[in-house]
Every structure is written in C-alpha cells, then in structure tokens.
Design a binder for this molecule. Structure first.
Ligand code: NAD
Length: 358
C-alpha cells in the first residue's frame, strides 16, 4: 500500500504506526498539520476490521482537527490517534501506558485526549507515561469531561442559526429534534429546555431516552419517523453520516445543527443538496468545537472563563460563515473550510511546523 497515494492522505506531516506485542497495542497516530501549534486530537479505540479502515479513519479525522482548531482560533494543529481494538474487551493498563510512551516519543508534536472508546480513566493511565495528554480529571489539574462544553457550544451555534433563519434571539417555541441523548445530547437538551424549546428525542438507549423525555417534557421519536418530522431544527448528536441521499428528501427542518462529527455522508454534495432544499447547515466541526476549546486551556491556560468566552464566540463565527456563504454563493461547509484555510495560509507564512523545542 502506498500511503502517499491514498485518497485521505492530504500532505500529512507524519504518520506513526505503533505496535507492541506484549501489551497487544496496535495504533496509528496521524499528525496532519502543525503550522498553528502542536497537533491535538483524541485517541479513538475501535474494532476496525482492517488496517486500511483504521488508516483511512485516522487520516480523515486528523485533517478535520486541523480545520476545527483553525476556525476556533486556537493555536493548535490537527492530529488524531486510533487504537485497533474493542473498548469492551481490550482495555488494559499495559496497553494504554504503552500508547502513552509512543505519544511521549513524539516530544509534544502530538497531544492526545479522549474520544470514542476511551475515557478519562484511560487518560489517567496514559498520563503516567506522557506529559502530552489533555482531558484529564479535575483532581489531577485537568479540565475534566469536555462534553458539557461541547454541548454549550452547540447551543450557541443553534442560537446563531435560529437568528439567521428567523431573526429571533429567543428559542422559545422552537421545535428541535435531538438524535443521541448521550454526554453531549443530554447537556444540550438541558440548555434547550431551559431556553423554552420544544424537544423531540431519539436514542437507541431506551432508559436514557425515557429519563430525558421525563426531565425535559419531551416527545420520544422512533428513528423511522425522525427524518420525516415537522420540526425547525434537526440536531444530530449521535452518529455521523445521517444526512445522506436517503434522509435529505424527507427532511422538513430549516436548520441542521448538532454535535456529531461528519454529519454529511458526502460533504460537498450533501451540503449543496440541503442548501437547495432550503436548509441552513451549521458545519459540524465549527459548532462542536467547545470540547476542544476547553481542553486547550490545559495547554495554554486561561481557565474556564476564558474557555467559555471562546466557546460562546461559536455564535459569531457561525454568523460570519453564514454571511460568507451568502456573499460568495457557496455552501456553508465550503465557507467554513475557506476560513480555516485562510488562517492556515496566513500563519504558515511566518511559521512552518511545530517542533518540540519551540
Ligand atoms: P455518547 O456516546 O455519550 O452519546 C451518544 C449517544 O448516541 C448515546 O446515548 C447512544 O445510545 C446514542 N446512539 C448511538 N447510536 C445511535 C443510533 N443509531 N440512533 C440513535 N442514537 C444512537 O457520545 P457523545 O460524547 O455525547 O458524542 C456525541 C457525538 O458528538 C459523537 O458523534 C461525537 O463524536 C461528537 N462529539 C462529541 C464531543 C464531546 O465533547 N463529547 C466533541 C465533539 C464531537
């Protein structure tokens, strides 16, 4: 396999394959771009069926982190790690400490964090071997669980999209369908309910769903009905790729704004399709940057208030993206990419790559 010719290889600076037979670790760390600073991105653990799938995922996700950090105005680059394994079976201290040693060997060019299949307890093991880990618990001086911060950013982003579509500041009476009532979705529902929105909820976890429905006076929706629902806002907070050729023709909402990564199955095509259908799309990596912004305070300081101000600025960033998309007659996804790339080009003229001694 020639990695340099892969469709998802996008001038990545460094791709590291990590293997350790005694702990069973098989991982890939991809550093996409460090022009803005050290590459920060979560460590995902997933039972990939092939090395090709794992490589494709880590290349794509690490590039996404470069764009996310750039638009969020953070001095961070884009990176990501994937560990090939089942988080329900393969979580051992030895495996994660070995992973931590690989992270340390990169001297700070890559900083890890939690992601799908990893959690704050795993970060505690990784932390024993490397200084380059974020999202660690508060009792170790970290910033803790990033999900409430991601949820607050999504809430601010929903308000920006609502303002753009209706001209209103208040979400009172806005009908919002939230898919996925997990760590982010639950906190988002709490804020939306408090703001007077009417909630429709969907999740495969029936207990979490019922609990949230009771707490937020919400209506439970089956997945088969979700994409046909007469609502104002669809907020995907579970899986990626729910906006696709099958769902778009049925959507009746005027806004798509949620936390899930890679919401559009095919970014360029589906963003155009929903725009033609009169739906405003809040680009996923812009609206869900709250968690990244919060963990960045572990590296650069500033504390919770500083992070909160930056998270609330997602409102202004999205209004700017909507404005640029209108002005240049391009999709909102393209407008976001343009803003990310402009900052990268501007900074790269003064700085090339992040090196540990900097
Ligand atoms: P989570 O695992 O806590 O919650 C996901 C929820 O989705 C769970 O309740 C799960 O039961 C539900 N779900 C799974 N499959 C489903 C399906 N087919 N239909 C309906 N519901 C389903 O995850 P999270 O941390 O809340 O993250 C949610 C999304 O936001 C993910 O896509 C994640 O990548 C993205 N995201 C999260 C953060 C963060 O700070 N946690 C940051 C950025 C992006």
């Amino acid at each position: 396999m020639n990695i340099f010719n892969l469709k998802d290889f996008d001038n990545h600076e460094q791709v590291v394959f990590c293997q350790d037979q005694s702990s069973g670790l098989k991982a890939i760390i991809a550093i996409h771009n460090t022009q803005l600073g050290p590459a920060l991105g979560g460590c995902r653990m997933y039972p990939y069926t092939s090395m090709d799938d794992a490589l494709e995922d880590v290349l794509r996700l690490s590039k996404g982190m470069t764009y996310k950090a750039s638009v969020a105005d953070l001095n961070l680059g884009g990176g990501k790690a994937v560990i090939i394994g089942d988080p329900k079976k393969h979580t051992s201290e030895a495996l994660f400490r070995t992973f931590g040693r690989f992270v340390q060997s990169l001297g700070g060019r890559y900083i890890t964090a939690e992601d799908v299949g990893t959690n704050t307890s795993v970060m505690e093991w990784i932390r024993l071997e490397t200084d380059f880990v974020t999202g660690i618990p508060e009792y170790f001086g970290g910033s803790g669980n990033p999900s409430p911060f991601t949820a607050h950013g999504v809430f601010c982003g929903i308000k920006a999209a609502w303002k753009k579509v209706t001209g209103k500041d208040s979400l009172t009476g806005a009908r919002v369908a939230v898919q996925g009532i997990g760590s982010v979705g639950y906190n988002l529902c709490k804020e939306l309910h408090h703001a007077g929105a009417i909630l429709y909820l969907n999740d495969i976890n029936k207990d979490a769903l019922q609990k949230a429905a009771n707490e937020f006076n919400a209506t439970i929706i089956e997945e088969k009905d979700l994409y046909h629902l007469e609502v104002d806002i669809y907020s995907p907070c579970a899986l990626g790729a729910t906006i696709n050729d099958k769902t778009i023709p049925h959507l009746k909402c005027s806004i798509i704004a949620g936390a899930a990564n890679n919401q559009l199955a095919l970014e360029a095509k589906h963003c155009d399709d929903i725009q033609k259908a009169g739906i405003l799309y809040a680009p996923d990596y812009v609206i869900n940057a709250g968690g990244l912004i919060n963990v960045s305070s572990e590296i650069y300081g500033g504390g919770e208030n500083y992070a909160m101000n930056k998270i609330e600025n997602i409102y202004n960033t999205l209004l700017h993206i909507f404005h640029l998309a209108d002005k240049e007659k391009i999709s909102t996804a393209l407008a976001a990419n343009k803003i990310a790339e402009q900052r990268l080009v501007a900074i790269s003229s003064t700085k090339k790559v992040y090196l540990p001694e900097e």
